[in-house]
Design a protein around this ligand. Sequence first.
Ligand SMILES: Cc1ncc(COP(=O)(O)O)c(C=O)c1O
Length: 432
Amino acid sequence: MSSTLRLSQRAEWAEGQPISDLMSRALAEPELISLAAGFVDQRTLPVEPTREALTSLFARESSAREALQYGTTPGFPPLRELLLSRLLDSDACCHELSIDQVVITAGSNQLLHLVSESLLDPGDIVLCAAPTYLVFLGTLGNVGARSVGVAIDQYGMVPEALEHSLRQLSEQGELRRVKAIYLVPYFDNPCGITMPLERRARIVGIAKRWSDGHQIHVIADEAYRDLRYEGEDVPSTLTVDDEGDTVIVTGTFSKSFSPGIRVGWGILPRHLIAPVCSQKGNIDFGSPNFSQHLMAEILTRGLFQPHLTRIQQSYRQKLQTMLAALHLQFGSLPGVRWVRPAGGLYVWVQLPAAISAGPDSPLFDVAVREGVLYVPGEYCYPNMGEPVRPNTMRLSFGVQTPEKIVQGVAALARAVRQVCPCGISGAGPHDP
Ligand SMILES: Cc1ncc(COP(=O)(O)O)c(C=O)c1O
């Protein structure tokens, strides 16, 4: 007897991540130099600090047993306290934060997912920078929400462009469908841009002003805050939300410590604690408790900061290597531009407008033949609003050694030269 598979509407909406194919390709063809995936460096993962924390955690019978048991839905209280005091040490918040606003998740992606499930109905709208974090676009697709791209400049999402989009949506009778504005304010994935605090304040102000009887939240995905290689830290986006009712911050130890431990968190406005925890209670009633105890031990024993300092040094060198290689290889190639980030894991490259870097483009094929993989920039554009720029690509300097970065960028330059029409000028670092 044959039967027809009928998937749920959500399963139909879920298109899967285009980057998964790139990752499988990199694994299947190890000779390719992958500048694509935003993985952290295998060589600098914190084996010793983790072993030390594990030994100390398991030296106490009671804490070992506690770590091996289920935990609670919002997470291990001492870890939530530690996160809160870390935040309060670095930022003077204008409103009071309490531990119940801190929810621990299995990576910050889970928090983004829970927030999406809690706020968005099918057809609702989230305004995102164009380009933005491609996995979050998938999360929005999953819940049937629409992503609308807003123009950026060298400081990230442009407030005037955001107002323009809101005005247009209002004129189309869609304002009430706008539920959130999504930002990656530190060393943006994919653009590497850090948004100054004044601009974050303007965007939060706009969200409040356009919250017309319904609330528009600002989701500040602060995943890369710790990965700064130069310049001064910028206070969290939470600090510009005077009433504490608009900004949702997400954070993670995946980039700054270990994605294998996969501990992320959210700092939520009070009114979102119950909805998010109810969603979470129905999904997993608590993220892996073992990882949370381990992370708490790592922080309490002072093992986090020295590791962070070590990886900052290593990534700083890799970033400098990539920027120098881009200058060497593309400096004389007309029309190629790139952003110079102060942290994170990515460099955003823009090619002459006539060259597509898309997954089906001649350039992508030639680049693979030359031995290098990159993320086509078009994956990072929301499906409405600002137009897609197919002449863009995201390069990650996290995984490869400096030598491989040099070789990868050289291979990319050979590929671009093969497909590049002549006579376009203006190479060099740029503001997007
Ligand atoms: C901007 C951004 N947010 C969130 C994440 C999610 O990280 P995790 O779920 O491991 O915490 C990533 C991972 O690459 C990211 O780039």
